[in-house]
Design a protein around this ligand. Structure first.
Ligand code: SF4
Length: 296
């Protein structure tokens, strides 16, 4: 929606888009294709920011490269658009330099789990105090629809013209196995649940991983004749099963199969900073001054 249309809506109907205060409107129109689900996740994130009641001056968003990587540039927060796969190490540095900041990593499945996969694994292992939102559309969108570590077995991609034969990651299981304290999966059909998970994630201490399934109608759906964005949201609606606390080993995704959604993991572990402070306090006693106070 253009700024002029937004003003007209306000003037004519007294309607104010609740998401607008969270956006850099001078950057609109955005680059996302019609029917893409990334914008819906941003809408959910904006509602999570409102509902969390957090001070926006204490939240920073970091994105990598790709269609979802553009999110950081559109949010009217302290935000950083970093290099491919490096959102998590950048966010780790940001968090450790200023532990009072809540740092959110917001990126796509290709960026976070392929080139950035190593960083994802180790940030979860360390329980770095970050919230990671992974928008998973099963493909590399911006670069033309190549096979990704999340592409289910079967569908065609530009680099898999006869269908994908590589076993994909089960992302909630990966995050769980590496030590994340909060792991959830929703789709862009589940906008309220996704916003609630993001709100809970903002309020949690430790490594939070939220997977948001989202259509890529331009590449993944078109190449596999799955219809438009609405058709994919209908699929999410029809085939999703809510199972809070599900064993993450059992929530892997097949091509156009059932989708288990919910909050799978919710547990406590010391954050990296807490563990460091506790360790050095034990080893060095009063020669050590704990760093950073309390993480947000
Ligand atoms: Fe969305 Fe796919 Fe278009 Fe990228 S290419 S903006 S993921 S629909």
């Amino acid at each position: 929606m253009s700024e002029q249309q937004s003003i007209d809506l306000e003037e004519e109907y007294g309607l104010e888009n609740p998401v607008m205060p969270y956006l850099r409107t001078d950057r609109i129109p955005h680059i996302w294709c019609p029917g893409c689900g990334i914008g819906t996740t941003v809408n959910a994130f904006a509602h999570a920011l409102t509902d969390s009641g957090m001070d926006l001056d204490r939240i920073a968003v970091v994105s990598g490269i790709g269609c979802t990587g553009r999110v950081a540039g559109y949010l009217n927060l302290d935000s950083f658009h970093t290099t491919h796969g490096r959102a998590i190490p950048f966010a780790t540095g940001l968090k450790l330099a200023n532990p009072a900041t809540k740092v959110v990593v917001y990126s796509g499945d290709g960026d976070l789990t392929a080139i950035g996969g190593n960083h994802l694994v180790h940030a979860a292992r360390r329980n770095m105090d970050l919230m990671v939102v992974c928008v998973n559309n099963f493909t590399y969108g911006m670069t033309g629809g190549q096979v990704a570590p999340t592409t289910p077995l079967g569908p065609t991609q530009t680099t898999m013209p006869f269908g994908n034969f590589e076993e994909p990651f089960n992302l909630p299981f990966l995050a769980d196995a590496c030590g994340a304290v909060y792991v959830a999966r929703w789709t862009v059909y589940h906008v309220r649940q996704l916003a609630k998970a993001m709100k809970e994630g903002l309020q949690r201490k430790g490594f939070v991983f939220i997977e948001a399934l989202s259509p890529c109608p331009t590449l993944y759906s078109r190449r596999n004749r799955l219809g438009d964005g609405v058709d994919q949201v209908k699929y999410y609606k029809e085939r999703s099963v809510i199972k809070h606390g599900a064993n993450t080993k059992e929530v892997g995704l097949g091509y156009q199969g059932d989708i288990v959604v919910g909050t799978f993991v919710d547990r406590e572990r010391p954050t990296w900073l807490d563990a460091m402070n506790a360790h050095y306090t034990t080893v060095l006693g009063n020669r050590y001054t704990p760093y950073g106070g309390t993480d947000v």
